[in-house]
Design a protein around this ligand. Structure first.
Ligand SMILES: [Zn+2]
Length: 245
């Protein structure tokens, strides 16, 4: 089985064809782990978990930190009370391309502490703050769509954190270098659907995670079936769950 360790199937962009997209993923043996990261997204993701057999992580996106404290508090409380339904807290983190770093950090810490409290790993959004966030960590973590330096990637996996490789791998030399230099036992795969489409003019969707596995196999010169198995094993280990379709 393939694992899309991070996507947003609850995104409104999928309202018209969500059934089809999920069916397509399942028919291609792709396990979906969706990430609700706004108050609305969290609620939609929880509904979808009941409707389809998919997995959840819930967090609060650094893009959204302008939200009122009341909204953030609500999101926090929903995650806390549904902790049994989630694999991880996330995505959470900081983003250098967004404003208000102090506020981003404050909210990131709040959710990082929640993860500790409910004993869950975290899914990190760390664009431009990879090093800072790496130095703050004290719970198991995966760097979603990791785009930091190769040097830092090596340090990250040395500390037993995971690096998730997205569909950006299909166009990016940096991501290729990361894959080349990082032990495959610490790699996960994702699409971040509907973002980061590898196909021009199309929305990204979880089944495209197969393209990431194929590319990792090429770069690492390992049989594709073997890569698939290793990534599945890594995913189960990181999320502490025997993942099923
Ligand atoms: Zn995302």
């Amino acid at each position: 089985m393939y694992v899309d360790a991070h996507c947003h199937i609850e995104d409104k962009g999928f309202n018209k064809n969500r059934d089809e997209v999920i069916k397509r993923a399942k028919s291609e043996n792709v396990i979906i782990i969706t990430s609700g990261v706004t108050l609305g997204g969290i609620n939609r993701a929880l509904e979808l978990k009941n409707k389809y057999n998919i997995y959840l992580t819930l967090g609060f996106h650094p893009d959204k930190v302008k939200a009122d404290n009341k909204i953030i508090e609500k999101a926090y409380n929903i995650i806390k009370s549904n902790y049994k339904k989630i694999l991880a807290v996330g995505e959470i983190g900081m983003d250098i391309k967004r404003e208000n770093y102090d506020r981003q950090e404050e909210i990131f810490r709040k959710f990082l502490n929640l993860a500790k409290e409910i004993d869950k790993p975290v899914v990190l959004h760390a664009r431009g703050f990879e090093e800072k966030i790496f130095n703050m960590l004290d719970v198991p973590a995966m760097f979603h769509c990791y785009s930091g330096s190769v040097e830092l990637a090596k340090k990250i996996v040395k500390e037993n954190y995971y690096i998730s490789i997205s569909t950006l791998l299909l166009f990016s030399k940096l991501h290729e270098e990361i894959v080349k230099n990082v032990d495959i036992d610490f790699l996960l795969t994702e699409t971040d659907s509907p973002c980061l489409s590898p196909i021009k003019g199309e929305k990204n969707e979880p089944k495209n995670v197969k393209l990431v596995v194929k590319k990792i196999a090429e770069i690492k010169e390992i049989d594709e079936g073997e890569v698939k198995k290793i990534i599945y094993k890594n995913s189960c280990k990181f999320f502490k769950e025997k993942l099923t379709l």
